[in-house]
Design a protein around this ligand. Structure first.
Ligand SMILES: NC(=O)c1ccc[n+]([C@@H]2O[C@H](COP(=O)([O-])OP(=O)(O)OC[C@H]3O[C@@H](n4cnc5c(N)ncnc54)[C@H](OP(=O)(O)O)[C@@H]3O)[C@@H](O)[C@H]2O)c1
Length: 254
């Protein structure tokens, strides 16, 4: 596994879980998100528990200047980053026509532009060193019609498949991780109290399982990782279900 990983959206949910599991394997970390105090609290816990080095790099990735700090850190040849986890994200209501268009543009930028820019910043130094891991946290939503969220995650899956084919032979693998519904702060941040998402219990995954399974796929250099058998089966079904049925599946939950 990597010596040093940079994780975006590390203050909560899946990003914080990647930080915990990577630190437990002895990986040094650079933690990125807006909430400095949450990052510092996590860093303190990981340093004392696992004796790894943890750097806190607070940044709003939608702010040009703050994002450039992260790009510069990725390009710092003196302190190489072996793994980039593009994880930061947020959700919007599925009602595209009623959503504020500026919210939609921020959503598109955080889920597509930011991972593309950070991948570009990390890739050059990784190729020069002959190794590295790029990890893009996509979603099962990337396989079905699901407003702009599904479209953004579909972009990440397609980009990761291509990048993995293109650069794996030079030592840099790219993996799109595609979780189904996972217990994190994602849905609460959208204003949905727990249990109000309208989903059966079996549809929910735990962040620790998602991260553990995806880390195995990342280590194998897989282009696409779909954690859990139930969501692997759902993704397989998306290839054969009629478009109308898929569209109604895409309207479920939030
Ligand atoms: N939970 C699910 O059901 C699910 C399923 C499939 C895929 N995903 C994907 O998993 C990823 C992580 O989401 P999560 O479920 O762990 O949600 P979460 O608990 O809400 O975490 C989201 C993270 O993104 C960070 N973030 C948001 N806006 C940011 C910005 N402008 N700049 C920097 N960081 C920002 C947040 O930190 P700050 O607020 O501190 O900035 C937070 O650390 C997302 O890409 C999401 O689309 C989630």
């Amino acid at each position: 596994m990597a010596r040093t990983a940079l994780i975006t959206g590390a203050s909560s949910g899946l990003g914080a879980e990647y930080a915990r599991q990577l630190a437990a394997r002895g990986t040094d970390l650079v933690l990125v998100a807006r909430d400095r105090s949450a990052l510092t609290a996590l860093a303190d816990r990981l340093v004392s528990r696992h004796r790894v080095e943890v750097e806190v790099l607070p940044a709003d990735l939608l702010d040009h200047r703050q994002r450039q700090k992260v790009e510069r850190r990725l390009g710092d040849a003196a302190r190489p980053i072996d793994m980039l986890v593009n994880n930061a994200g947020f959700g919007l209501p599925l009602s595209f026509a009623r959503n504020d268009i500026e919210d939609e543009v921020h959503h598109l930028r955080l889920h597509v532009e930011v991972p593309m820019r950070l991948t570009h910043a990390a890739l050059g130094p990784m190729l020069a060193r002959g190794g590295g891991r790029i990890v893009n946290i996509a979603s099962v939503a990337g396989f079905i019609p699901r407003s702009t969220y599904g479209a953004c995650k579909g972009w990440l899956i397609s980009f990761s498949r291509w990048a993995n084919t293109r650069y794996a032979a030079r030592g840099v693998t790219t993996t799109a991780v595609c979780p189904g519904f996972t217990h994190t702060n994602f849905h609460e941040r959208m204003g949905l109290p727990p249990g109000q998402e309208g989903l059966a219990d079996w549809m929910w995954l735990d962040a620790d399982d998602v991260v553990a399974q995806s880390l195995r796929d990342i280590a194998r250099g897989k282009a696409v990782s779909v954690p859990s058998l139930r969501y692997k089966a759902i993704v397989a079904l998306t290839r054969v279900l009629p478009a109308g049925l898929l569209a109604s599946v895409g309207e479920r939950g939030r």
